[in-house]
Ligand binder design. Structure first.
Ligand code: ATP
Ligand code: MG
Length: 238
């Protein structure tokens, strides 16, 4: 894959929290319109990788090519403006604002991934529509996750970074999450999904990368992990 074909390409990405280095040269490429899962155990560096792309790691080195342009070191709002949207693992919705108001906060002028409005978010997550006037703090975990994704989509990203969206959710809600990710892909959105759950990853991803202690130790088709107990073994089976 040449540089121009990659929606996202990480080259020798390093990252630090203070003096502690947590990424040690991450290389990763993601083709436009595909869903790639970044698999790894607790503390492996999944969130740090997504944060580095979104421009919210305290310190990074290396290259972060978004559509071929290096955005490493740029401010988060500038990276958002080129069409990168992060849905953080902490979900960070405004608990005192209603669902509708939370979505409104996320609104940003259309970029290449344009076309998102409240109605489209409700079409993606029908459960949210009936809750439009409910405050964020009164939502269930699954509803908060849907709202966090919806709010990011309101910024019209074409590249979405999803940090463990199914974590801690009931099976029925996990199904809705998987469906939503497939729908995003169907709409042409490129997705990088941080995940520990191999079964969930298998339902939505085209390809997989495995991160271990801040290094990529596998990058290829999901099927390639089947015979690799050394890589997939430590991950949650489902
Ligand atoms: N705010 C922070 N300050 C200092 N160290 C941190 C901070 N956040 C994470 N770390 C450390 O950075 C390393 C990578 O963490 P990261 O959050 O990227 O892992 P992760 O793969 O997302 O894990 P999890 O599955 O638990 O979300 C870990 O050693 C972790 O302890
Ligand atoms: Mg994490």
């Amino acid at each position: 894959m040449s540089e121009g074909d990659s929606a996202l390409r990480l080259e020798a990405l390093e990252a630090w929290y203070g003096l502690a280095r947590v990424l040690f040269g991450v290389d990763l490429a993601l083709a436009r319109g595909t869903v790639k899962v970044l698999l790894g155990r607790n503390g492996a560096g999944k969130t740090s990788t997504l944060k580095a792309v979104a421009g919210i790691m305290p310190r990074i080195a290396g290259r972060v090519l978004v559509d071929g342009r290096d955005v490493a070191g740029q401010a988060a709002h500038r990276i958002a403006r080129v069409g990168v949207g992060l849905v953080p693992e902490t979900r960070r919705i405004f608990r005192g604002l209603t669902v509708r108001e939370n979505l409104e906060v996320g609104r940003r002028a259309a970029s290449a991934g344009g076309g998102w409005d409240e109605a489209r978010v409700f079409a993606l997550f029908p459960a949210l529509e009936t809750l439009a006037s409910r405050r964020g703090g009164q939502l269930s975990g699954g509803e908060q996750q849907m709202l966090a994704i919806g709010r990011t989509l309101m910024g019209n990203p074409w590249l979405v970074l999803l940090d463990e969206p199914a974590e801690g959710l009931a099976p029925l809600v996990v199904n809705q999450m998987a469906e939503a990710i497939r729908a995003l892909k169907g709409a042409g959105t490129t997705v990088l999904l941080a995940e520990q759950n191999l079964a969930f990853a298998g339902r939505v991803a085209d390809g997989a990368a495995v991160i271990e202690r801040g290094r990529i130790v596998y990058d290829g088709p999901l099927a390639g992990l089947a015979g690799r107990a050394d890589l997939a073994g430590p991950l949650a089976p489902g």
